[in-house]
Structure formats: C-alpha cells, structure tokens
Design a protein. Structure first.
Length: 180
C-alpha cells in the first residue's frame, strides 16, 4: 500500500515473521510527512491435522457408526482429539476436510456404504457408493465454514452386516484451514 493524500497508510510492504505455529504479518508504509507508520499486526495460527485408524472396526448394519481415527500423525494447533476422533477448530474460518475409509467384507454379497462428515451432528459432506464383495475405499471431501469449537466427526453406514473398517493409511481423517 502507499500513503494517500491525507497521510494515512496503505499496504506497501508485507513482512512475514515465522515462529513455530504462528505467522505474524506486519505492514509498513511512509506517510507524506516522511515519518514511518507501522500498521496493525495480524496474528494467524496455522490449523491442520491428520489422523489414521489404528485398529479394525466393525460397522453395524443400517446404523451410522462413528469411525475411529486413533493414530494422530500431526495436529498443528492441538485441535484434534484422538481418543474421541473429534476435530474442534479453535478459530472460525473456511476449512478443507477429507475422510477416507477402507473396508472389507467376509461374505460374497454386494453392499452400499454411506460416509458422512458431520458438524455438530449435522451431515455437511457425504458420499454414497455401491461395492462388490471385495475390499473397497470410500471417501468424502469438501470445504465448509466452521465456527470456533464446532464438533467435526466421521460416520459410516453399511447396508450389509459383515463390513469391517480396515486400519492403516487408507482410513484417514484430515483437514486444514484455508482462510479466515
């Protein structure tokens, strides 16, 4: 920014100073009087997490079952709780979320899976897919606006009873703040 005629500041140079988890942006400009003007500091805390399933899980037929992601790979702002498999953002903003579930069945019957990412108990991102009797992966992703302390969880429903959620990298829950 550049100074306007009245001597107030507009953005000219933006300097970023990086700390462990914080980016502080500083705006510096010169008004017509030649004096230096320092703009407001904006503190932005990074928000991103990724967790994977550590154990296999059985899915109840025709009932939504909460998918557990017990192994936290990273959590930049301490917002993900691995014991409850719940993400609770500390800041409001636009978030990109992804849930992926790898399944296997022990019978030879086709089945349908319904995967939901819920915010405060309400489905906000979902996917519905039909599977042949073999291992499969279902995923759901999208961007949503979240408020601070919203509760984000993943649920899965199957039309057949002998479906098992596999542990490992293919069963994961991840997200990050893209703006706000």
């Amino acid at each position: 920014m550049t100074p306007n005629r009245k001597g107030t500041c507009k953005k000219v140079v933006s300097k970023s100073i990086f700390f462990k988890k914080t980016v502080i942006k500083k705006t510096v400009c010169k008004p017509p009087t030649g004096k230096k003007c320092v703009g407001k500091k904006v503190r932005r805390v990074r928000s991103a997490f990724r967790a994977i399933a550590g154990t296999e899980q059985n899915v109840m037929q025709d009932l939504f079952t909460k998918v557990r992601f017990q192994v936290e790979e990273f959590d930049l702002n301490n917002e993900y709780n691995a014991s409850t498999s719940t993400f609770r953002p500390r800041q409001s903003g636009i978030y990109s979320l992804l849930a992926s579930v790898s399944t296997e069945t022990i019978t030879m019957t086709p089945y349908t899976l319904d995967l939901e990412i819920r915010v405060n108990g309400v489905p906000r991102i979902s996917d519905l897919e039909n599977f042949l009797p073999r291992p499969g992966i279902i995923d759901a992703s999208g961007i949503v606006q979240l408020r601070a302390r919203d509760r984000v969880e993943v649920f899965l429903r199957s039309t057949f009873e002998n479906v098992i959620v596999q542990s490992g990298l293919a069963t994961r829950f991840e997200g990050n703040r893209v703006s706000g």
